[in-house]
Design a binder for this molecule. Structure first.
Ligand SMILES: *[C@@H]1O[C@H](CO)[C@@H](O)[C@H](O)[C@H]1NC(C)=O
Ligand SMILES: *[C@@H]1O[C@H](CO)[C@@H](O)[C@H](O)[C@H]1NC(C)=O
Ligand SMILES: *[C@@H]1O[C@H](CO)[C@@H](O)[C@H](O)[C@H]1NC(C)=O
Ligand SMILES: *[C@@H]1O[C@H](CO)[C@@H](O)[C@H](O)[C@H]1NC(C)=O
Ligand SMILES: *[C@@H]1O[C@H](CO)[C@@H](O)[C@H](O)[C@H]1NC(C)=O
Ligand SMILES: *[C@@H]1O[C@H](CO)[C@@H](O)[C@H](O)[C@H]1NC(C)=O
Ligand SMILES: *[C@@H]1O[C@H](CO)[C@@H](O)[C@H](O)[C@H]1NC(C)=O
Ligand SMILES: *[C@@H]1O[C@H](CO)[C@@H](O)[C@H](O)[C@H]1NC(C)=O
Length: 475
């Protein structure tokens, strides 16, 4: 990870800055080292009502951090009311959020002793309190950070973050949106604090986006952290839930061999025609279509599959296939075989007839980053095994289910095959997938198996339309 230079700009005169390095040894995985703390120079007296109210606010926030990624709270009566909030980036697990907030609660007292107002920023969370009611007011008085080691001329990061700036205000309740384009090395997020309205969030993000454009977009990695909202772009993965539902993945498999150069065949034109026919037809046939293009030696075979819960969402299916078709030719230029997986669909083509055969070439396994208990992991794999039976007996070759692990934890699993396969082929493909994730993803809180013939996915969030789930299976 590149080193980041801190630019301090647009600072409120109300605050002075304390910039320090705090070494936290408690957490194994994430680095909970404060980036910065803003402390008001106005002070409260120890053992005052304000002081009691602040302590009570901080314990409320601490308690909330076991179950919530973002909250705003008050404590005490006027004139000694304390207003406070925290938020963790929406990609964080609850455990990591809790760890970040607990660290922040300790640090904010040490960093800003007896300050009436304070804010502390980390890579993954922010904590803030004040004697003045700031709820609902977009505060953009933050700071930018850039990667000083590398520049970029690409406008993609700016485009992607601008899109997130539009989407995050509408993404209730967290007002968090992220994107991961692994093949482009582009990871980004936008988020607001919970006290803002959607409109306030939009105003806040738009302002800090303009700040970033004015200073920093030539850097390959930048962020702007304001008290009320954040944006961040990196060329290296920083999102904690990369394999999870809050990020969109795209993955491609390309064969090593190119289309053979032959008698006047324009493989590009033929492929474009195949892809456009798949994109056109699959939504009309419950999200699956297979077809071929050309004749004899020049024939190309292709299929397209939309996620099982998109059967009746033709537009979503089509727009996903459109994107995937565009990417597959960009990611695998002139390759004779390729598969491109998106969140909600995938497309595959080959110059060999592969219909009815289980794909073993372009397969991959993705594992989550957080750990899961052995029991929960086992329950999830057992669910996946049961869903194989559901899928092979379903006309659409889809199996979806959930298993309730505890009050606050549920596993969601979706398995699906392409419909050119036989029942036996489908079973074989899904079984290989379960074998792969159980051997490669050691008790992780999410996994995916991507093949050109079937997909399996597990998340602790409902990543598909849960109206699909036929049964609830308790642990
Ligand atoms: C605040 O109260 C604690 C214990 O109640 C006491 O030890 C401390 O001296 C008090 N501080 C001030 C500034 O009065
Ligand atoms: C959080 O902020 C909103 C408005 O900004 C406010 O209406 C709400 O009461 C606050 N929540 C709490 C628990 O104080
Ligand atoms: C990046 O570009 C800035 C000017 O926009 C320049 O000052 C800086 O030296 C460049 N950094 C690198 C690592 O090339
Ligand atoms: C092949 O077709 C593509 C897309 O239709 C076109 O852009 C390209 O120029 C063609 N190539 C040749 C060699 O004709
Ligand atoms: C998923 O997580 C694993 C483990 O951290 C990582 O190796 C893999 O690259 C991730 N997948 C994606 C698509 O980022
Ligand atoms: C996991 O499940 C298998 C049966 O599917 C069982 O034999 C094993 O003991 C279970 N392990 C744990 C840790 O629950
Ligand atoms: C689709 O695949 C099946 C094999 O499962 C094959 O019989 C059928 O001909 C294919 N459809 C087209 C249009 O090629
Ligand atoms: C799998 O993860 C568990 C829990 O973190 C650990 O105890 C175990 O040693 C791991 N097994 C392997 C084979 O890595």
């Amino acid at each position: 990870m590149a080193h980041l230079l801190h630019h301090f700009k647009a600072l409120s005169s109300f605050f002075f800055f304390l910039f320090y390095i705090y070494h936290n040894t408690a957490m194994a995985t994430l680095n909970f080292k404060a980036i910065k703390a803003n402390c008001a120079t106005t002070k409260y007296t120890e053992n005052s009502t304000f002081s009691t109210n602040l302590n009570s606010l901080l314990s409320t926030l601490k308690a909330k951090s076991t179950s919530s990624l973002s909250t705003n709270q008050t404590s005490g009566e006027a004139p000694a009311t304390v207003f406070g909030l925290y938020f963790c980036t929406g990609d964080l697990s609850q455990d990591n959020c809790q760890a970040c907030i607990q660290t922040a609660i300790k640090d904010i007292i040490d960093s800003c002793p007896t300050s009436k107002q304070a804010i502390i920023w980390y890579d993954y969370c922010e904590l803030r309190y004040s004697d003045v009611n700031f709820f609902g007011v977009p505060d953009t008085n933050g700071f930018s950070m850039i990667n000083v080691n590398e520049n970029t001329t690409s406008s993609r990061p700016e485009e992607v973050v601008s899109q997130l700036v539009q989407e995050a205000p509408l993404a209730q309740p967290l007002m968090f949106k992220s994107q991961a384009f692994i093949s482009e090395s582009l990871y980004a997020l936008a988020q607001c604090s919970s006290d803002l309205s959607s409109k306030g969030c939009g105003d806040c993000l738009t302002t800090i986006m303009a700040n970033i454009k004015a200073c920093c977009t030539s850097a390959k990695g930048w962020r702007f952290l304001a008290p009320s909202c954040w944006i961040r772009y990196e060329a290296t993965p920083f999102l904690q839930n990369l394999n999870g539902t809050s990020t969109s993945i795209t993955q491609s498999y390309c064969s090593s061999n190119d289309f053979p150069a032959s008698n006047g065949l324009n493989a590009t034109a033929q492929l474009e025609s195949l892809l456009s026919s798949l994109t056109e037809q699959a939504p009309a046939f419950n999200g699956f279509y297979n077809t071929s293009e050309g004749e004899g030696m020049n024939k190309i075979y292709g299929l397209a599959l939309c996620r099982g819960d998109l059967q009746n969402k033709k537009d979503d299916c089509q727009s996903c296939l459109k994107d995937a078709s565009k990417s597959i030719v960009e990611d695998c230029p002139n390759k004779a075989q390729a598969t491109e997986w998106y969140e909600k669909c995938f497309v595959r083509y080959s110059n060999q007839n592969f219909f009815g055969m289980v794909d073993t070439d372009g397969v991959r396994t993705l594992c989550g980053v957080e750990k899961f208990s052995a029991e929960a992991s086992n329950a999830t794999l057992n669910l996946a095994l049961r869903l194989i039976n559901d899928a092979v007996n379903d006309q659409m070759f889809v199996g979806a289910g959930k298993v309730v692990i505890s009050d606050s934890l549920t596993s969601y699993v979706l398995v699906q095959c392409t419909r050119d396969l036989s029942k036996e082929g489908c079973r074989q493909c899904l079984q290989s997938g379960v074998n792969k994730v159980s051997s490669e993803c050691n008790q992780t809180n999410g996994w995916r198996y991507l093949s050109g013939s079937c997909t399996l996915r597990f998340e602790v969030n409902p990543f598909f339309d849960t109206a699909l789930i036929p049964t609830q299976i308790g642990l």
